[in-house]
Design a protein around this ligand. Structure first.
Ligand code: ADP
Ligand code: MG
Length: 267
């Protein structure tokens, strides 16, 4: 018997590839999404900072889907090891410029485009920098290029800086103070509570076709104790626990399977 057949799964459960429509709804996610939408509607910028695995990147996907394509040009960049020149190219591309040429040439082209844009009111541009905690301070400082010093304190395009907690430290550096002050909203996500974690596991079972009762109460407790409400950790534990129960020939997951799962997930 195969694992999927045993648990009645139509698709693999607890995977990373989850359609936006199937996301687990949570008040804190809805609130963060609404706040981010407001930020970009007002052409402002924001920082969204939370630990790994709490659902930041998925929320960005949701945001992208929620923004009408006729009015918003969204550019998503995963910034791991971005140089100043790369950063400038990304900014240029977000502004609809050809991201080519020398570094000083690019800087000039960006600044000219910004001056032209001050009057215009066309498509709103959103630059999403994910994993921004990995950015070098001088590269992050490049965002100053986007400041329209003459008009007001806003950035010419909405920049969403998204990353793990070291991003907050980065933004507290004195040389980035002016950038940090221009961010209109600082958002975060917290780990799920015990009840939310249980509902999350049930939701992920149900959308994949499995019974809501696939994990017994003790298994749910163990998942919360070990995964601490982190959705990614919960996924990994739940998936490995399904396998452990399957190997034991059982169609219900108990705490021992979660314990075996954890052992299989540790270095
Ligand atoms: N609302 C949600 N619904 C379903 N799965 C979620 C949700 N939030 C997080 N996850 C799960 O957690 C994993 C981590 O989310 P992700 O957005 O990549 O986190 P981050 O970017 O904060 O590290 C996702 O791959 C997904 O499996
Ligand atoms: Mg992410």
């Amino acid at each position: 018997m195969e694992l999927n057949a045993r648990f009645g799964l139509r698709t693999a459960a607890f995977t990373r590839e989850i359609p936006v429509a199937n996301l687990f709804p949570l008040p804190q996610r809805a609130a963060a999404l609404a706040a981010l939408l407001k930020v970009v509607e007002q052409r402002q910028s924001a920082a969204f900072i939370a630990a790994a695995g709490l659902g930041k990147t998925l929320l960005l996907r949701e945001l992208r889907d929620a923004l009408p394509q006729v009015r918003y040009a969204v550019r998503y960049v995963k910034v791991t090891s971005l140089s100043k020149r790369d950063m400038c190219r990304e900014i240029a591309a977000a502004l609809g410029l050809a991201p080519v040429g020398t570094y000083p040439g690019l800087v000039r082209a960006v600044q000219e485009a910004i001056e032209r844009r001050v009057q215009g009111d066309g498509v709103r541009t959103v630059l999403i920098l994910d994993e921004a905690h990995d950015m070098r301070p001088d590269v992050l400082g490049m965002l100053r290029l986007l400041t329209n010093f003459e008009m007001d304190s806003r950035l010419v395009l909405s920049v969403l800086l998204v990353g793990q907690p070291p991003l907050a430290q980065l933004l507290r550096r004195p040389e980035l103070e002016d950038l940090a002050q221009r961010l209109a909203w600082y958002g975060t996500l917290r780990p799920l509570t015990r009840d939310e974690t249980r509902d999350y596991v049930v939701h992920r079972c149900t959308i994949a076709g499995a019974a809501a009762t696939t994990f017994d109460d003790r298994a749910m407790e163990a998942i919360f104790e070990m995964g601490k409400g982190n959705p990614r950790a919960t996924d990994h534990l739940a998936r490995a626990a399904l396998e452990a129960a399957h190997l034991a020939g059982l169609d219900r997951v108990g705490a021992p399977h979660v314990i075996a799962a954890r052992a299989s997930l540790q270095p």
